[in-house]
Design a protein around this ligand. Structure first.
Ligand code: FES
Ligand SMILES: [Fe+2]
Length: 449
């Protein structure tokens, strides 16, 4: 692991270059379903999406379509969402059913995917085997409050696949968080271009310059197995304080009372994530609660203690996480292949990107925030399709990232582009993404620089 303090090391294996094929080639995109998407664990939905028996989510990935169903109070089943008769998709989106009834010729399936009705079955005589009628199962498991699926019967178990991310993130109790908002859109770029816009913070100066007045954004990054993560190099003692995960930062300026509040307000207003109303309220009270000149570590300690106390009063008990562990976990994780978790003590910002069918130029982009709420006070949310060009439809910081996604997708197709040169210290998640991709896709690994 990198040391949190001091300059992170540059490793030889991260001094590399790779071409644009993974982003632009139609052949590569057509190979992805077989080599990648049918082999990896991917989250299909949250457990909270399917709380009642009969609730389902239809999860589409490239040409595959899978039903994830609460088939019993303590059981989730997953099977292909394709009628055994002539291949009609059985369900779309999400909903609640007693059974699945195909809208073409009215065959029926129970919540475990077993075929329960074939119209005029006797027409086949005794030639229809039940096995041939039941919907083929897909592996399913849960971690972090998500329901994960895997189409490969020989894949490693979910937990093994996610390590060490799963163990390191376990203390955050992501399973106890719930949606605060969730949005999606179709986006005209390769899914990897979109994913890479959210797995490093090296882009802050270029893309989000307004944030520079609040803090430094020099980052360390770390690859572990298929996955990776990055964080800020907080040299202040403040990161020792429980609850401060380096997202909840001291900010810039002489008066920590004001700089902490300024950053929290900026985050809620321009990202609508990466903090909570509790943190915003506790931060804006600092100027009233502490005298001018209070040392930064005391301000941060007070800020954290009062946010924690405020949450406790409303029934949100913070998980106990060792401050060193929090510092080690950084601010954001890339879980291979297509998920990012921006992590905080009581909140998370998630991105998921999927290819649209096998089109290398189109993806399905989703962003959502999770938060820990008092039990019974979780907000009712639903997926909102938000136009990426419509002013106000997405938080302003994301619009800045969207610009990069469009322009990178275009730029890397130009003859003059000689391949990506990821920063060997701060963009290890990008390098690792392409190493992992190359392993699955059977393409050449990124070249040494
Ligand atoms: S395709 Fe489903 S019943 Fe015919
Ligand atoms: Fe960004």
């Amino acid at each position: 692991m990198n040391e949190i303090a001091g300059k992170p090391e540059t490793e030889e294996r991260d001094l590399l270059v790779f071409g644009a094929e993974a982003f632009t080639s139609e052949e590569y995109a057509r190979a992805e379903p077989d080599r990648l998407w049918r082999k990896v664990w991917q989250h299909a939905c949250r457990e909270e999406d399917i709380p009642e028996v009969g609730d389902y989510v239809a999860y589409d990935i490239c040409d595959d379509t899978i039903l994830v169903v609460r088939s019993a109070s303590d059981e989730i089943s997953a099977f292909y969402n394709v009628c055994a008769h002539r291949g009609r998709r059985l369900a779309d989106g999400c909903g609640h059913v007693q059974e699945f009834r195909c809208s073409y010729h009215a065959w029926k399936y129970n919540l475990k995917g077993e075929c329960t009705r074939v119209l005029d079955r006797e027409d086949w005589g005794d030639r229809l085997e039940q096995d041939r009628l039941d919907l083929p199962h897909v592996r399913v498991d849960t971690w972090g409050g998500w329901v994960w699926i895997n189409m490969d019967p020989d894949a490693a178990p979910l937990r093994e696949y996610l390590e060490p991310a799963s163990s390191m993130l376990e203390p955050y109790e992501l399973d106890r968080m719930r949606y605060r908002w969730r949005q999606w859109c179709h986006f005209d770029c390769n899914w990897k271009v979109a994913m890479e816009a959210f797995i490093e913070s090296y882009h802050v100066e270029g893309t989000h310059p307004q944030l520079l007045k609040f803090a430094d954004y020099y980052t360390w990054s770390q690859a572990e197995s298929l996955h990776s993560f990055h964080g800020f190099d907080e040299r202040e003692a403040a990161h020792e304080i429980t609850g401060n995960n380096t997202i909840t930062r001291t900010g810039r300026g002489d008066d920590a009372r004001q700089s902490i509040a300024a950053l929290q307000v900026e985050l809620i207003e321009t990202v609508n994530a990466s903090t909570t109303q509790t943190f915003v309220d506790a931060s804006t009270r600092l100027v009233d609660e502490l005298p001018e000149g209070t040392p930064v570590d005391e301000v941060m300690a007070h800020f954290m203690a009062s946010a924690k106390a405020d949450d406790a009063v409303r029934g949100v008990i913070w998980p106990e996480i060792d401050p060193d562990h929090q510092a080690k976990c950084g601010i954001a994780w890339h879980l291979f292949p297509n998920m990012t978790i921006g992590i905080g003590i009581t909140f998370a910002l998630i991105y998921r990107v999927r290819p649209f069918r096998t089109d290398p130029d189109k993806c399905i982009f989703e962003a959502y925030t999770l938060e820990r709420f008092p039990e019974g006070q979780e907000p009712e949310t639903e997926w909102i399709q938000a136009d990426p060009y419509e002013p106000g439809a997405w938080p302003p910081v994301l619009l800045q990232d969207f610009d990069n996604m469009r322009e990178v997708h275009r730029g890397m197709r130009s003859k003059g582009f000689r391949g990506c040169l990821p920063n060997p210290v701060q963009e290890k998640p990008v390098s690792n993404f392409h190493r992992s991709l190359a392993d699955y896709m059977g393409t050449g690994a990124p070249r040494p620089l």
